[in-house]
Design a protein around this ligand. Structure first.
Ligand SMILES: [Zn+2]
Length: 286
């Protein structure tokens, strides 16, 4: 196997043995790649410190046969159920930092939670789509700049990831019959808003304005989002998390934290790199 170069966001690392580290990366061209960085934990390692989570890198690696097969898989399937064995590990040879968001993200509990939720959703929704990496890099940059509420950055990202995976929620029409709304009822398994005739048992009745806020989040209309009441923003977040859970058919670890966060502030102006810890409560997901 010849080495290849790609750009990647480092998602996770696990120590292996005494000096090695397993790196999980989301690459532009190769999708989710799990690779081993040999001896990267030794102090003389030139690139070990660059392979940290929340870092955007130019990386050279020798792909494993399985990591190549994973990268060319269908969107939405990549990373699902892939066993974590040495047979699927690439060998990472070099890495150069393009941009790192680690200091700002790890220094702010809310940004950290949002970043973890986005990585988890990206990996399980559409890890093989090049657009996902671009979107994730932009979202991490936004978290690092701390201009917007971290939870809303994550929710907006997840809506777009659902769209890329082909699971965009139907918001302003009936998800079942297509009649133009707005409709009061909402049913995640049906795919979004539902009209009075199609409304199945178990459909929710979100607060007024929630589908419109979801639509604004999907389109990046931050003026609409930031003018919305907090209860509507929280419900919108819970619905997005419910969509992600539904489509990935799994309970993702960090998503409930995102949806249950008690205080969805509209503007986050914490200086970058300043710890901004906050208590949170676990709310019921939608
Ligand atoms: Zn209908």
């Amino acid at each position: 196997m010849h080495p290849v170069r790609d750009r990647a966001l480092v998602l996770r690392t696990h120590d292996l043995g005494e000096a090695d580290r397993i790196i999980t990366m989301l690459c532009y061209e190769h999708g989710i790649v799990r690779g081993v960085g040999k001896a990267v934990r030794r102090t003389r390692s030139k690139f070990g410190s660059r392979l940290e989570p929340f870092t955007f890198v130019e990386v050279q690696f020798v792909p494993s046969k399985r990591s190549l097969a994973m990268g060319s898989g269908a969107p939405g399937m990549v990373g699902l159920g892939t066993p974590f064995g040495s047979g699927g590990l690439a060998i990472i040879q070099q890495a150069e930092t393009i941009e790192t968001y680690a200091p700002q993200i790890t220094g702010d509990w809310r940004a950290y939670t949002a970043a973890c939720a986005m990585m988890e959703a990206a990996e399980h929704l559409a890890g093989g789509e090049p657009r996902i990496l671009r979107m994730l890099v932009l979202a991490f940059r936004s978290l690092a700049e701390a201009r917007r509420d971290p939870s809303l950055v994550a929710v907006s990202f997840m809506l777009r990831a659902l769209q890329v995976a082909g699971w965009e929620p139907v918001l302003l029409a009936c998800a079942r019959c297509g009649v133009v709304g707005p409709h009061r009822a909402y049913h995640v398994p049906s795919g979004g808003a539902v009209c009075v005739h199609c409304r199945p048992p178990g459909a929710l009745t979100p607060r007024q304005g929630t589908p419109e806020v979801l639509d604004a989040l999907l389109r990046g209309r931050w003026d609409v989002v930031e003018a919305a009441p907090e209860q509507v923003l929280r419900q919108a977040s819970q619905l997005v998390v419910a969509h992600v859970q539904w489509h990935t058919e799994r309970s993702l670890h960090t998503l409930p934290l995102l949806a249950g966060e008690g205080d969805v502030r509209r503007h986050t102006q914490a200086p970058t790199g300043t710890p901004n810890r906050k208590d949170h409560s676990h709310g019921a997901s939608a």
